[in-house]
Design a protein around this ligand. Structure first.
Ligand SMILES: C[S@@+](CC[C@H](N)C(=O)[O-])C[C@H]1O[C@@H](n2cnc3c(N)ncnc32)[C@H](O)[C@@H]1O
Length: 208
């Protein structure tokens, strides 16, 4: 592995194994083989869980990381339970641009700390597929008002372990103060809504 790859991965993995635990809990809940991860930076832990992952990032540090194919595979295969022959694809692009990917071709879309991924990339997710999204940049709120989605679960975290809950979902996504959530308002704010309950992340199913 190139020193550069190791350096970026060390920076990414500040809590070793944390993302692996998250993605494993999501895989248990929703399954899936093909994953699209826009705004991934170098979070290749997804490939230790899912067979085929397409990473997209515009950061100028990322192409050199993904070009070290052997180094990236070394990282992926060092994790317990990693697929034998993971398919890793990287697109160096703004995720809002045309990514040249077939519509409806992914089982899971990941949106973590990277802006309004759901708004830009839902067309690539198949109907019946899942969106994993957290609320920090407002994308969970964006998905909550998108008629193509319905809330299907919440990801709860405790001391580095994760589990998906699917009961009592009407307790979630309730704003602390009364606000009208609109795409314009979320774009203006550029951050999430404060909700009465704060799970680590949400799972939405694409229904239309
Ligand atoms: C805070 S990092 C999060 C990385 C990773 N998702 C994680 O949770 O560890 C945000 C990443 O999203 C990328 N990003 C933000 N907006 C983007 C866009 N419009 N197109 C492509 N990448 C984007 C940035 O380059 C950066 O690498």
């Amino acid at each position: 592995m190139e020193a550069y790859t190791r350096k970026l991965w060390t920076k990414q993995e500040r809590h070793p194994g944390d993302r692996l635990n998250l993605f494993a809990a999501v895989a248990d809940a929703v399954g899936g083989r093909t994953v699209l991860y826009p705004g991934s930076f170098v979070d290749v832990a997804a490939s230790s869980v899912f067979q085929s992952v397409t990473y997209v990032d515009s950061n100028r540090a990322t192409p050199r990381f993904f070009a070290d194919v052997d180094g990236v595979h070394e990282i992926i295969s060092s994790q317990p339970g990693a697929p034998d022959d993971p398919e890793v694809r990287f697109i160096h692009s703004d995720y809002g641009d045309d990514l040249g990917l077939p519509p409806g071709s992914f089982d899971l879309l990941i949106s973590l700390y990277a802006g309004f991924v759901s708004e830009a990339c839902t067309d690539y997710l198949r109907i019946g597929g899942a969106l994993l999204v957290n609320s920090s940049h407002g994308d969970a709120a964006m998905a909550s008002i998108d008629s193509r989605y319905r809330l299907s679960g919440v990801v709860l975290s405790r001391a580095g372990s994760y589990r998906v809950a699917t009961a009592d979902l009407d307790m979630y996504l309730i704003p602390k103060s009364s606000v009208e959530v609109t795409p314009e308002m979320l774009h203006r704010a550029g951050r999430g809504i404060q909700y009465t309950k704060t799970p680590y992340a949400y799972l939405f199913e694409r229904i239309a």
